[in-house]
Design a protein around this ligand. Structure first.
Ligand SMILES: *Cc1c(COP(=O)(O)O)cnc(C)c1O
Length: 382
């Protein structure tokens, strides 16, 4: 978004690219050296901004990029000609021409896709790279694991398709280690039933951020697909990955626009869901749900002003949010407000912010709207 630099920002996100780069290096260092790193940058790099994030990850040594769809893949291709790009979601009929034109790797889950991609590649006289996805219990994309060998047979009969990887996706890596282990077992068992798979020469991947906690030592896996963790967010609060010491890349900021005193008994905002129990000093913040403050955090969320926690009063509205600053001396218009991040030694983590809205960090990050400028901090060592 364009913004006149002489004006104060009303609501903005700060993206610490140096932290991103440190995070990638720390994650890599915590993995066995042969593990390749698939950087998941779908949904505009989880709302951080694809351009800056992918550029930094290329610099920091990602091996492969994964995106959701053809549009995202095309944007990434313009940034980094030559980088391998995997499209994770199934392609709609007609989208396969982009695979040929732009050299994207596609995910294959079905015989129908093999035929469609083979036809597109043959028509262009080119080769398309594919990663076969195996459904080991996620129940979403992928060929059901018991039927995987048949799909590999079809693939072997498609001369214009080149097998570049095999993968699966975990359903509950953060809270069901037994089922995750079962998914690994099904995946490896399916691969064993396919004679002559060149596992050492292709990407063999299953682990997303939470999966890393249970990554087995010696096995066929030779790559990981990391999204959330590279942004310094743990996949769940008690994650053992805290040892990796990644730092948050994203912080979320707004400002106090107005301070006023209201008498006890006044109701606050739409629906009158909060009634002041005492005479109260309130601050009106210059951000609301149209910026990405979830309405579900009404009457529940907290923000930091002058290093102190201030509760949200009443409903969050489109452009404005009311908080209680009675206990915070000296609050004035223009004061910076932390929605997610640190201030004077206090912190509201993305996880806390998400929980206040009955949400998850992935959804919170991808719900910050385009009204919110992203400010990029680039220097290493800050
Ligand atoms: C989004 C996604 C990932 C990344 O997951 P994180 O939990 O953010 O690390 C990995 N694999 C697939 C298939 C995905 O869709």
């Amino acid at each position: 978004m364009s913004h006149s630099s002489s004006l104060p920002l009303r609501c903005w996100a700060e993206i610490n690219l140096a932290a991103l780069e440190r995070n990638l290096r720390l994650i890599r260092a915590s993995l066995p050296p042969h593990m390749r790193y698939v950087a998941v940058v779908k949904a505009d790099a989880y709302g951080h901004g694809l351009h800056h994030i992918a550029g930094r990850l290329m610099h920091a040594g990602a091996d492969l990029f994964a995106v959701a769809n053809v549009t995202e893949a095309t944007a990434l291709r313009e940034l980094g000609p030559g980088w391998p790009i995997l499209i994770l979601s199934p392609l709609l009929p007609g989208e396969e021409v982009a695979l040929v034109d732009s050299d994207f790797a596609a995910t294959v889950s079905s015989a129908e896709e093999v035929l469609r991609f083979e036809a597109a590649a043959a028509a262009a006289g080119r080769t398309i790279s594919v990663h076969v996805k195996i459904d080991t219990g996620m129940g979403r994309t992928g060929v059901w694991h018991e039927e995987a060998p048949g799909l590999f047979t079809r693939l072997a009969a498609a001369p214009h398709l080149r097998l570049a990887g095999v993968f699966t996706h975990f359903a509950s890596p953060d809270d069901d280690p037994a089922f995750t282990a079962e998914q690994r077992r099904r995946f490896l068992a399916a691969l064993e039933r396919v004679p002559g798979l060149p596992l050492g020469q292709i990407f063999v991947h299953a682990d997303n951020s939470a999966g890393l906690e249970s990554l087995p030592g010696a096995s066929a896996f030779n790559a990981v697909r990391v999204g959330l963790l590279q942004f310094g967010i743990l996949p769940h609060p008690h994650s053992m990955l805290a040892q990796v010491r990644t730092e948050p890349v994203f912080s979320f900021h707004t400002r106090v626009a107005l301070v006023k005193r209201l008498p006890a008994g006044t109701s606050i905002s739409y629906g009158r869901t909060h009634v002041l129990r005492r005479d109260t000093t309130v601050a009106i913040l210059s951000a609301g749900y149209a910026d990405g403050l979830p309405r579900a955090a009404s009457n529940r969320g907290q923000v930091l002003i002058r290093g102190q926690r201030c509760p949200v009063l009443g409903r969050i509205t489109m452009d404005q949010t009311v908080v209680d600053v009675t206990e915070v001396p000296g609050v004035a218009g223009g004061d910076e407000v932390i929605l997610v991040g640190r201030q004077n030694g206090q912190e509201i983590s993305l996880t806390e912010f998400s929980r206040a809205a009955d949400s998850i960090p992935w959804e919170t990050l991808t719900s910050v709207t385009k009204r919110v400028p992203r400010l990029y901090k680039t220097a290493l060592g800050t």
